[in-house]
Design a protein around this ligand. Structure first.
Ligand SMILES: Cc1cc2nc3c(=O)[nH]c(=O)nc-3n(C[C@H](O)[C@H](O)[C@H](O)COP(=O)(O)OP(=O)(O)OC[C@H]3O[C@@H](n4cnc5c(N)ncnc54)[C@H](O)[C@@H]3O)c2cc1C
Length: 460
């Protein structure tokens, strides 16, 4: 252990885990098992002071530094070979103020932590669709989920953030303090500092009516054609995404159909329960529903309903775009490649970006693609590294077929793999230049570079 890292063990209240510790392998593991990296140390911070000390140690030791929130980054940005990991996974506290309807959330919390804390108050913050995903990375990239149409992206509900900067100071970013930093944090990923806590606007969400509708694969084109119109006009309290799904052995799947490939619409209605059936009716009429699990349930149950399909420790390779219009040609390409969906964890999800998310201006936050209609993500997840070539090929071939129809060169940064890092400028469109300028102000030496990197503007 270098002297600098040894000194850190005496400064921080959390743990500094190095190669000699018995739980080093556990501490260094991230969600995507493809990234089997061996950091010099994993610093499990418990407060802002620990984070400040870790940033200082990274500087002094001249080491690459990765920030880890929930560890779900598909490109593995939550770890780094030979460097320091600032691991926030012990900073999971969530404090709900039910009067103001806001929550203060630790920088390493998961969405499961947030939903657990807010549900008893009949409140929720817009997050993602899997409860084990980190609030940190998901929010800083944008944040797409069931509440996007009714309440906007996660960043649209961020009120303030406490951030440890590259120079080791902690500042607060909001509409009233460090406004340019606050703008950049809302979409710019982990480029600007370590967020030790987030403050979110909450919304009244308690029990919802939701779950998946399963259709025969042969009905996919009709379902997609219906979905692209429907989801633009449906009441905004409906969250709904399209996907492929090989049927797992679940009680609501007819036994003879387990293992068959279906297309699914996953619904989440947060409006009055008695209106759910009327709202969902067009989706039931478009084709015969072969299996379903639409029911009333607590919002946290909906949020964690698919966690078991995508466990930690699998191989992951994903690709993404934003779509201007879902054309018939694109639908044909989806059907062509969707039918080769290789296993139960892999899919393509088509998330709508409309409603409240489109009412925020393209330059109001760093998330620049507010005029796009969908964010598709091709999700390759499989257990065995021996199958990497075939699964990566499925994702790449699928992406090559749909990308020409997207009408956009950018995609959602949180749905991409490491070989998409060159797309950073496209992913922000007209906002990239300003992001680069803010990066030059707050991190001129690119200390935080283990991320989809925004280069600091030169000559500032
Ligand atoms: C199974 C699964 C489901 C997903 N579902 C959705 C979804 O429904 N909607 C959606 O929008 N996205 C979704 N994603 C994508 C997800 O948003 C990204 O993977 C995101 O980066 C995960 O954040 P994390 O904190 O878990 O990851 P990490 O690997 O910990 O971090 C990812 C990036 O964010 C930075 N970061 C994390 N926390 C902080 C912090 N506190 N301060 C500063 N930087 C930080 C890291 O440095 C890194 O660059 C999903 C991903 C997975 C694997």
């Amino acid at each position: 252990m270098s002297n600098r890292i040894k000194a850190l063990t005496e400064t921080v209240r959390g743990r500094v885990i190095t190669r000699s510790d018995s739980d080093y392998d556990e501490a260094r593991a991230v969600y995507n098992a493809m990234h089997d990296r061996r950091p010099r140390a994993v610093i499990q911070c418990v407060d802002s002071a620990d984070v400040m000390a870790a940033v200082a140690a990274g500087h002094d030791a001249g080491l690459d530094v990765a920030i880890r929130g929930g560890g779900h980054s598909v490109p593995g940005f939550g770890t780094v070979e030979g460097g320091l990991v600032i691991d926030l996974s012990k900073m999971t506290s969530v404090r709900v103020d039910p009067i103001k309807k806001v929550a203060r959330v630790g920088g390493g919390a998961t969405w499961g932590d947030v939903d657990h804390a807010t549900y008893p108050f009949g409140l929720a913050a817009p997050g993602g669709i899997i409860s084990t995903t980190g609030v940190g990375g998901l929010t800083l990239g944008g944040g797409i989920g069931y509440l996007t149409r009714s309440a906007g992206l996660s960043i649209d509900n961020l009120l303030s953030a406490d951030v440890v900067l590259a120079d080791g100071r902690q500042v607060t970013a909001s509409d009233y303090q460090n406004e340019d930093l606050f703008w950049a944090l809302r979409g710019g990923g982990g480029n600007f500092g370590v967020v030790t806590s987030f403050e979110f606007q909450l919304h009244e969400v308690g029990d919802i009516v939701g779950g998946p509708l399963f259709y025969d694969f042969d009905d996919a084109a009709a379902v997609l054609q219906c979905y692209r119109e429907f989801i633009n006009q449906a009441p905004e309290q409906l969250g709904c995404f399209f996907g492929w799904q090989i049927a797992p052995p679940l009680p609501f799947i007819p036994e003879a159909r387990v293992g068959d490939l279906f297309c699914v619409l996953v619904t989440c209605w947060t409006g009055p329960p008695e209106e759910a059936e009327r709202v969902l009716r067009p989706l039931r009429d478009v084709a015969e529903v072969k299996a379903e699990r639409v029911a009333m349930m607590p919002f946290p149950a909906m949020q964690s309903a698919f966690d078991d399909l995508v466990p930690k420790g699998m191989q992951n390779y994903w690709k993404a775009d934003f779509i201007t219009q879902l054309t018939d040609e694109a639908i044909a390409a989806h059907a062509e490649h969707g039918k080769r969906t290789p296993n139960v964890s892999s899919s393509m999800h088509l998330h709508p970006i409309n409603g409240a998310a489109q009412r925020v201006g393209a330059d109001e936050t760093a998330f620049g693609h507010r005029d796009k209609s969908f964010a598709p993500v091709i999700v390759g997840i499989w257990p065995n590294p021996a199958d990497n070539e075939a699964n990566i090929k499925w994702v790449r071939d699928y992406y090559a077929a749909i990308h020409p129809h997207s009408g956009s060169s950018g995609g959602y940064i949180n749905f991409m793999s490491g070989d998409d890092d060159h797309r950073a400028a496209d992913n922000y469109g007209a906002n990239y230049e300003r992001l680069s300028a803010v990066k030059a102000t707050y991190d001129p030496d690119n200390f935080f570079h283990v991320n989809q990197n925004i280069a600091p503007a030169k000559g500032r």
